[in-house]
Ligand binder design. Structure first.
Ligand SMILES: [Zn+2]
Length: 472
């Protein structure tokens, strides 16, 4: 009998805000020492009143817009009560009754086929702190306490681990692109709800939840292994499945029970009387919408209409940073196709050679545009342009003075170029002989010698032309 997997995801994402969700403490990434970023509000001191971070609300709305959600313009915060040492207030402030975004829809693509995954809701909540265990004690660090998160809850619409991975990859690039989250290592964590049922059945099987997963490789393995465990339990009665929370062991490559799954009643959700409801009026909503970047597919379409190939358009649009640089030079009047060539061939080549990730590229678009213009006008050769671009990317030099100081300006002095070519011919008699005997490629050695002597400052076309004239 065939089985069908039924998977729903809850993904926690840390928002890119300057401060925490209800106080002005900086986020944990700005901390140097444990408990650096802590104040009476986020460490749960009695009597402190929280103030909602406006930017966190805006980022959550943006996430909702990206995932085609309905935005609840009246949204409230609630208390989720539980005790754990990393939760100083003994409750987490989250959204239960009126989450900020609901009823979204997102496409996932696997092997060329597109399926739609429903988004049940997105809610804003605060993160917990961190426990550090030593040999004889456990220490608590509240730097992360109350850092703003969104939790994106899907409907149980996934049918395979491949769909889950495709969704998470797309989600990550969407969130990074819109500046909602940097999605750094560990800043995007998933809880996976999984059950299996006989194919064609409408009834859901027993559901287990695998907590706190962040690596895509582990997520894929965990889903596949958990599915096998469920099917074995059903078919071969290896164990009795119970609804519970489990953890994935990355060494033993299987899940282990953590605790029985809590139900909502265990958390005693109730409206947090300290946090005022947030009303997102039409004007504010319009401002947030106006601030949304073009989506990746809109960017791809735009680039293709400007003459880029599909491959170029995809490469430029996939990375928000590259896309911003490309838009920047196009806005300075550089033709899109030319700019894309410089950025995606020369630029990415330089990054690869120097082990720099495209997202970390810092490139002043004025300087970049200067280089492309100078090459277009023949003031520098493409080769020299690449040398200057490297210096701009690595040391942020001024391209114009760099060219002068390093004699990279193109050789328009035809007599000088002629004399260099003549010398190259004289110094390579064997190559010239071979060339005359019909070995076309032999001339490359002579060309290379002249190019080296001129240090790439003369146009290759000019050297070629002079070479052929002078040999014959
Ligand atoms: Zn604080």
């Amino acid at each position: 009998m065939g089985y069908e997997l039924v998977i729903g995801l809850e993904t926690h994402v840390e928002l890119s805000t300057e401060s925490k969700l209800f106080c002005s403490c900086g986020g944990h990434s700005s901390a140097n020492e444990p408990n650096d970023c802590v104040c009476p509000a986020c460490s749960g001191m009695p009597g402190m009143l929280p103030v909602v971070n406006r930017h966190a609300i805006e980022l959550a709305v943006k996430a909702g817009l990206m995932l085609n959600c309905k935005i609840n313009q009246y949204t409230t915060f609630d208390k989720k009560s539980y005790y754990y040492p990393d939760l100083p207030a003994a409750y987490q402030t989250t959204q239960w009754f009126h989450p900020i975004c609901v009823e979204g829809l997102v496409d996932v693509e696997v092997a060329g086929e597109t399926r739609q995954i429903g988004i049940k809701q997105i809610h804003v909540e605060e993160d917990a702190g961190k426990l550090v265990h030593t040999n004889d004690s456990s220490l608590v660090d509240y730097n992360r306490t109350s850092v703003p998160l969104i939790e994106i809850v899907t409907k149980p619409d996934f049918r395979s681990s491949a769909e889950v991975i495709s969704y998470l990859k797309a989600l990550k690039s969407k969130l990074q692109f819109a500046g909602i989250s940097e999605c750094e290592e560990g800043a995007m964590r998933c809880d996976i709800n999984i059950s299996v049922r006989p194919e064609g059945s409408e009834v859901l099987g027993v559901r287990t939840e695998i907590k706190n997963m962040s690596s895509l490789t582990s997520i894929e393995e965990a889903i596949n292994k958990e599915a096998i465990r469920h099917i074995d339990a059903i078919e071969r009665r290896t164990e009795i499945l119970v609804q519970e929370t489990r953890r994935w062991d990355d060494v033993k490559k299987r899940t282990f029970p953590m605790r029985n799954k809590e139900t909502a009643a265990d958390y005693r959700y109730f409206p947090d009387p300290n946090v005022m409801p947030v009303v997102i009026d039409d004007e504010w909503l319009a401002e947030i919408k106006a601030d949304m970047p073009a989506t990746v597919s809109e960017q791809i379409e735009k680039y293709m209409s400007l003459g880029l190939s599909e491959k170029e358009a995809n490469a430029a649009a996939a990375e928000a940073n590259l896309s911003a640089i490309l838009d920047g030079v196009i806005a300075k009047g550089i033709e899109a196709k030319t700019a894309a060539g410089w950025l995606l061939t020369d630029g990415l080549g330089i990054l690869k050679k120097n082990n720099i990730q495209p997202k970390d590229l810092v490139l002043d678009t004025d300087k970049f545009a200067w280089i492309i213009n100078a090459a277009n006008k023949g003031e520098i050769t493409r080769n020299a342009g690449k040398t200057v671009l490297t210096a701009v990317i690595l040391e942020n030099v001024d391209p114009e003075s760099y060219c002068k100081e390093n004699n990279l300006t193109a050789q328009n002095d035809i007599e000088l170029v002629k004399s260099v070519v003549a010398k190259a011919i004289e110094n390579n008699p064997k190559a010239i002989e071979d060339y005359k005997a019909g070995k076309e490629k032999a001339i490359l050695a002579v060309f290379g010698a002249a190019m080296r002597e001129l240090r790439g400052t003369a146009s290759p076309d000019l050297i070629n032309k002079l070479l052929k004239e002078m040999i014959s």
